[in-house]
Ligand binder design. Structure first.
Ligand code: SF4
Length: 352
């Protein structure tokens, strides 16, 4: 059961309360390069990304934000480190949220200036701590970026916001280590009413990063912890969005596009099921409709799974039976299996 948090409005997207868990990603272009950044935002929008964050590292990046906010269809979030003046410029440019790491913003008065501007413009602030960038004083006290060190950093940062009666806040405390991340968020969830942005930081290349993220984010979401997620991959950000929806879909929390069910194949298989599954997966990426499509290698589990899915293939020797809505409707030669499956899918989708 998901614990209810304060509702925070990030432009057109609300998180917390009973709102759906929002999927976000981050552009990987230079933010000052408006053309490339907008092109990446467009690709993210098409992939189903709901919130996009852009790094604001200097004045040129800050200057690009008004154009990005104007043309992006999804809310733009500014990611700020070190310089509070960049946060002020980002808020003035119209961003829907800012993310700061209070540990590197510096003096308290700088955070207060930022709070004042965020309040004036009704812009929420994510206090985003990463295990790799804790303040020096905390590291000196704890020795390492341990879970208590991370939670203390959040508490210290929050005390400034509390003193200034500012509650339009989202929290995150991402660690590289999956178990530390889980433990940290469990504590944050118990202690604070603010919505939580959940993720594993620096998770790695797509294969390893998706597994680490699925384990960490999955365990937390399964406990009802998390209001928005980002899968951080060393890859095209569109892959982050796909991974995020796969995690949400596996937990039954969101339905987004087709879900492929494919058998692992074994000695009973008489067709090239790996090739068929890959080809079906590739063609399914063009579809937005939620549907389960099963690609099965033989008659052991094939007909059962294919029947249970919305559409399916159960292969035999050089042939495949095509299923739609629980019924076998055609049997075709191996080379016709994929095209026939998609003809059937298209007919059914058009008929809806
Ligand atoms: S469906 Fe058939 S081919 Fe696929 S793994 Fe199961 S037994 Fe093997």
């Amino acid at each position: 059961m998901r614990r209810k948090k304060r509702v925070v409005r990030i432009g057109s997207v609300s998180i917390g309360g009973h709102h759906a868990i929002a999927v976000q990603s981050m552009t990987k272009t230079k933010t000052s390069d408006v053309k490339s950044t907008l092109a990446q935002i467009r690709r993210l929008e098409r992939a189903g990304c709901e919130l996009v964050r852009c790094a604001v590292a200097n004045k040129d990046d800050a200057a690009a934000l008004s154009q990005l906010c104007r043309f992006a269809k999804i809310p733009v979030i500014a990611d700020i480190h070190f310089d509070y003046r960049l946060a002020l410029a980002a808020i003035d440019a119209g961003v829907a949220k800012i993310r700061i790491n209070p540990g590197n913003i510096g003096d308290e008065w700088k955070v207060e200036r930022l709070i004042e501007r965020a309040r004036d413009k009704n812009v929420p602030v994510r206090i985003g701590i990463n295990s790799g960038s804790l303040p020096k004083a905390i590291i000196e006290k704890h020795g390492h970026p341990t879970v208590p060190a991370i939670v203390e950093t959040i508490e210290r940062a929050l005390s400034i916001f509390k003193k200034n009666s500012f509650t339009n806040i989202v929290l995150s405390a991402k660690c590289v280590d999956v178990q530390d991340t889980i433990e940290t968020y469990e504590l944050l969830d118990k202690r604070f009413e603010y919505p939580l942005h959940v993720g594993i930081t620096e998770a790695g290349l797509p294969f390893q990063g998706s597994i680490k993220s699925a384990v960490g984010i999955g365990v937390l979401l399964h406990q009802g912890i998390g209001d928005t997620i980002r899968v951080s991959l060393t890859a095209d950000p569109v892959q982050e969005v796909a991974a995020a929806y796969n995690i949400l879909s596996a937990l039954g929390l969101r339905k987004h596009g087709p879900v492929l069910i494919s058998c692992p194949t074994c000695g009973r298989c008489e067709v090239n099921i790996v090739r068929i599954a890959r080809a079906v997966d590739k063609r399914l990426r063009k579809y937005k409709t939620f549907m389960k499509v099963a690609v099965m290698g033989c008659v052991v589990n094939g007909p059962g799974e294919a029947r249970e899915a919305d559409f399916g293939i159960a292969c035999g020797k050089d042939t495949g039976a095509i299923f739609a809505k629980g019924k076998e409707i055609k049997r075709v030669r191996e080379k016709k299996i994929i095209d026939t499956l998609f003809e059937v899918i298209d007919e059914n989708i058009n008929n809806r």
